[in-house]
Design a protein around this ligand. Structure first.
Ligand SMILES: [Zn+2]
Length: 425
C-alpha cells in the first residue's frame, strides 16, 4: 500500500508498517514551540492536556491518534497520481453553469483560490466536473472534502458515476484506512489531518457547515493537505469569503438560479405559541403535514433539539403518516435516511444534520421553532433549500413555525428573496 503524501504519528505508522517503509518519510517534531507556546504540527492548535509521564498531548486532534510533546510526525513524500479516467458524465451544463465552470477554470489557471456561491439545488457538483477532469488528466490529485459524513456518502457515488474509469478513495471516521491510492478522494475535512502538501486541487464543499466553521483545526488541516488551489463551495458562504471575493482576493462565480431555472421557495412565516411542543404538534402544523401527504409530497420536519425527535415523530405517526426521526448520535441514522429517500417514509423528523447535502424530490419543509438560537441564517437557508429540488415540483412549500421573529429568520428571508431577484436579472 502506497501512502503518498500522508503525515502520520508513530502509532499510525505502526499500523501500516507491514506495507511501507519509514525510510521514505521525513520526521518532524509533532509539537513545536511557536512564540513561546506549544503548537501541534498536525492540527495547528495550542490546547494541550497533561499525561501521567509528564508529557502533554494535543487535545484538539486526539480523536484521530494522539500527538504528544517530544513525539514525531512522519511525512511521506507526495507522488503524482495515477492517471485518472475521462469524464463519463453525459449531461450538459446550463449556460449559467458553464459560465461558472469557466470562471473556476480561469482561477485555477491563474493559481488563485475560487469561491462558488451557488444557491441550494443549483447543481454545483456538475459545475466542478470540467475542472476535476482537467486535473485528473494531468496526473494531479483532487480532494473533495466536506465537514459532513452525509454529504460524503451522497457525493461519492455521484463522483464515481461521473468518472467511471477513475479510482475514488472515500474517507471518513470509522472507515478503514489508509484509503486506496486514488487520483480522486472524497472525504470528511477531518481526514485531511492525515495529509501534508498532497492535493493539487482541494474542493471544500459546504465550507460554512458546522463543525468546519467553529473548528479552526479543520481549516488548518485542509490548508496543510493542499499543494495547489482551493475551491470553496457554498450556498451560504461565511462573511470572510464573501469579502475576499468582493475585493477580488479570490476568484468567484455566483449562481442564483437552480438548475431547473425556477426561483427558490420562499418560506412562509407562521407565528404561534409552541407551548405543547414536543409532545404535540401545533394543530395547523399537523394539518399542513397531512395536506402535504395528500398532495403527494414527503416532508422534512426540522427541530432544534435532539430530545424533540422521538416525541414529535410519534406525534406525526398519530396523524396516520409513516414517520421516523434521526439525530447526529442515532446509530440507525443512515438506514432511516435511506428509507426516507426510497419513499418508505412520509415524514422524517430531524435536527440540522440533514440541513444540507440531501436531495429528495417533492419534499416539503417545516422548521419548528425556527426562532431557536440553534438556527442561524445559513442553517435556515439550507433547510428551506431542501424543498423544490425537482423540476416538476419547484414550488414545494416551506414553513417557518415560530413563537417570535428572529434576526436570523429576517436575514434568511432577505437572502432567499435577494437570490430570487438576482436570478431574474
Ligand atoms: Zn493536534
Amino acid at each position: 500500500m502506497m501512502i503518498s503524501g500522508m503525515q502520520l504519528t508513530a502509532r499510525e505508522c505502526a499500523k501500516v508498517a507491514a506495507t511501507t517503509s519509514l525510510a521514505q518519510a521525513t520526521a518532524v517534531p509533532a509539537v513545536q514551540r511557536v512564540a513561546g507556546r506549544w503548537q501541534c504540527q498536525r492540527c495547528g492548535q495550542r490546547r494541550f492536556g497533561p499525561l501521567a509521564d509528564g508529557r502533554a498531548y494535543c487535545v484538539s486532534c486526539v480523536g484521530m491518534s494522539r500527538v504528544e510533546t517530544g513525539s514525531q510526525l512522519w511525512r511521506f513524500p507526495h507522488t503524482p497520481a495515477p492517471l485518472g479516467g475521462p469524464l463519463t458524465w453525459r449531461g450538459t451544463l446550463t449556460p449559467a453553469q458553464a459560465r461558472a465552470a469557466q470562471a473556476a477554470l480561469a482561477s485555477v489557471a491563474a493559481g488563485r483560490d475560487h469561491l462558488f456561491w451557488a444557491v441550494t439545488g443549483a447543481g454545483k457538483t456538475e459545475m466542478l466536473f470540467p475542472l476535476i477532469a482537467q486535473c485528473l488528466g494531468q496526473h494531479q490529485r483532487v480532494a473533495w472534502v466536506t465537514p459532513r459524513i452525509d454529504v460524503v456518502l451522497e457525493l461519492a457515488p455521484r463522483l464515481q458515476a461521473a468518472f467511471i474509469g477513475t479510482p475514488v478513495a472515500i474517507g471518513y471516521g470509522g472507515r478503514p484506512w489508509p484509503m486506496r491510492d486514488a487520483p480522486l478522494t472524497v472525504a470528511t475535512t477531518h481526514q485531511m489531518l492525515r495529509y501534508y502538501r498532497h492535493f493539487d486541487l482541494m474542493i471544500i464543499d459546504e465550507v460554512d457547515a458546522f463543525p468546519f466553521s467553529q473548528t479552526p483545526m479543520l481549516a488548518y488541516a485542509c490548508t496543510q493537505a493542499a499543494r495547489g488551489v482551493t475551491v470553496f463551495l457554498s450556498a451560504t458562504p461565511p462573511d470572510a469569503l464573501r469579502r475576499a471575493a468582493r475585493a477580488g482576493r479570490i476568484g468567484s462565480s455566483m449562481l442564483s438560479r437552480r438548475f431547473h431555472g425556477q426561483p427558490l421557495p420562499v418560506p412562509v412565516m407562521r407565528l404561534m405559541k409552541l407551548t405543547r411542543v414536543p409532545d404535540q404538534l401545533p394543530l395547523v402544523a399537523a394539518r399542513w403535514l397531512a395536506a402535504q401527504h395528500r398532495a403527494g409530497r414527503v416532508s422534512l420536519l426540522f427541530v432544534p433539539d435532539t430530545r424533540w425527535v422521538v416525541p414529535l415523530s410519534q406525534a406525526v405517526q398519530r396523524l396516520g403518516l409513516r414517520a421516523s426521526g434521526v439525530h447526529a448520535r442515532d446509530p440507525a441514522r443512515l438506514g432511516k435516511v435511506q428509507a426516507f429517500r426510497q419513499g418508505q417514509l412520509d415524514c422524517l423528523v430531524t435536527t440540522t444534520i440533514l440541513e444540507r447535502g440531501v436531495t429528495i424530490p417533492h419534499c416539503a419543509v417545516l422548521v419548528l421553532a425556527a426562532d431557536d438560537r440553534q438556527f442561524d441564517r445559513a442553517a435556515l437557508v439550507q433547510m428551506a433549500g431542501r424543498a423544490g429540488r425537482a423540476s416538476d415540483s419547484p414550488d414545494d412549500p416551506v414553513w417557518f413555525v415560530a413563537a417570535h421573529f428572529s434576526l436570523a429568520i429576517a436575514q434568511a428571508l432577505t437572502e432567499i428573496r435577494g437570490m430570487n431577484r438576482r436570478g431574474w436579472r
